[in-house]
Design a protein around this ligand. Structure first.
Ligand code: CP
Length: 332
C-alpha cells in the first residue's frame, strides 16, 4: 500500500469456495483479499508478468451480458497466474438454441474446470451455478441488479491505495442506484469496512427503502457532495429502464452530472471513480473523467490484481476444503 492501511489479520483463514456476493464476506475476508490484491499489483507491473501457480488449472469465462473490463481482466488475471483460460462465446453457443443456464453449466462442468466466472442478466444466476457444479469455484461477475463483488473489491483497493484506509471516509455514490449491482456491492462493502456512505440520486433512481442499507440519501448533488473524500459516479443504465425514469440525458447532466464546478463541493483532495463504461456528458464530464482527481484508469489496473487475488484464493480454498473433507472421510 502507498499509505498506512488498517490492521490486517494475517492469520485469517478464508473459508469460501465461491465468490457470489460481498454480503457473504466478513470484514476480515475483505481485508484479506485486498491485502493479497495489493501484493498482486507489483506482479502486473513487472516486465515478466506470469506467476505459474495455477499451471494445469482451467478457468472458463461465461458472459451472457456484454463486458469489456471485467471479462478482459478475468482473462488476464487467470493467464498471469498460469491457468488455461477459455472465453465461452455465448453468442455462438447452444444457449442460442435454447439450452438453459443449468444445462450449459452441467455441460461445461463435465470438462472439469477449476473455476467458472459468470455474468448473467438474472439475479441469483451465479448462486444457482455454485449449487449445481461440483469441484469448481464460481465467481459472480455481475448478476442482474444484485451484486458485482469483484468491482466493489477493486474499488476498495483503489480507495485504500489513494487514501490509506476505507474506515471513516465519506463516500458518495451518485446516479442510477436503482439498476446498479455495483452500488449494491459497494454499499455493503463500504459499510463493512466502516466508511460513511451517501447516495445521491433523483428519487426515481433510488430503490424503495434504501435507507435501511445504512446510507444517507440526498437528492441534491451540491448537498450530498459536501466534504466527501470519494465521489463514485454510476452509469445511467438506460438498457435496464422500463419507463421514463429520467427526462433526457441533457436534463440529467444538468442536475446529476459531475462537472468540475460541482466537484468543488467535495473535499479538495477527493478522488473521482467510475466503474465504466462511462456515458460522457450524461453522468460525468470529460474534464472530470480525464482530470487530476480521476482514478478511473487506476480502477481498471486494480481490477486485474484484485481478480488474480480472488482466483488464487478460491482455488487454494477449494483444494484445502477438499483435502479436509477427504481426510475426515478416511478417518471414519
Ligand atoms: N465495470 C464493469 O463491470 O465493466 P464491464 O461491463 O465493461 O465489465
Amino acid at each position: 500500500m502507498t499509505k498506512a492501511i488498517d490492521t490486517i489479520n494475517y492469520t485469517h483463514v478464508f473459508g469460501h469456495r465461491h465468490l457470489l456476493g460481498i454480503a457473504e464476506l466478513s470484514p476480515h475476508d475483505i481485508e484479506y483479499l485486498l491485502e493479497r490484491a495489493d501484493k498482486a499489483v507489483s506482479v502486473s507491473r513487472q516486465v515478466e508478468k506470469k506467476k505459474m501457480v495455477l499451471r494445469g488449472r482451467t478457468q472458463i469465462n461465461l458472459f451472457f451480458e456484454p463486458s469489456t473490463r471485467t471479462q478482459a481482466s478475468f482473462e488476464l488475471a487467470g493467464k498471469r497466474l498460469g491457468a488455461d483460460v477459455m472465453n465461452m462465446s455465448v453468442a455462438s453457443s447452444s444457449v442460442k438454441k435454447g439450452e438453459t443456464l443449468v444445462d450449459t453449466a452441467i455441460t461445461l462442468n463435465a470438462m472439469q474446470p477449476d473455476l467458472l466466472v459468470v455474468r448473467h442478466h438474472s439475479a441469483g444466476a451465479a448462486e444457482l451455478l455454485a449449487q449445481k457444479l461440483v469441484g469448481c469455484s464460481v465467481i459472480n461477475a455481475g448478476d442482474g441488479a444484485h451484486e458485482h463483488p469483484t468491482q466493489a473489491l477493486l474499488d476498495a483497493l483503489t480507495i485504500k491505495r489513494n487514501k490509506g484506509r476505507v474506515a471513516r471516509l465519506t463516500v458518495a455514490i451518485c446516479g442510477d442506484v436503482l439498476h446498479s449491482r455495483v452500488a449494491r456491492s459497494n454499499i455493503i462493502l463500504l459499510n463493512a469496512l466502516g466508511a460513511r456512505v451517501r447516495l445521491i440520486a433523483p428519487s426515481t433512481l433510488l430503490p424503495i427503502g434504501v435507507e435501511r442499507l445504512g446510507v444517507e440519501v440526498f437528492n441534491s448533488m451540491e448537498e450530498g457532495l459536501k466534504d466527501c473524500d470519494v465521489v463514485m459516479m454510476l452509469r445511467v443504465q438506460r438498457e435496464r429502464m422500463t419507463g421514463a425514469l429520467i427526462p433526457s440525458a441533457r436534463e440529467y447532466f444538468r442536475f446529476y452530472g459531475l462537472d468540475s464546478e460541482r466537484l468543488k463541493y467535495a473535499k479538495e483532495d477527493a478522488i473521482v471513480m467510475h466503474p465504466g463504461p462511462m456515458n460522457r456528458g450524461v453522468e460525468i464530464s470529460s474534464e472530470v473523467a480525464d482530470g487530476p482527481q480521476s482514478v478511473i484508469e487506476e480502477q481498471v489496473e486494480m481490477g486485474v490484481a484484485l481478480r488474480m487475488a480472488v482466483i488464487e484464493t478460491l482455488i487454494e480454498t477449494n483444494d484445502r476444503l477438499d483435502n479436509e473433507k477427504k481426510h475426515k472421510e478416511e478417518q471414519k
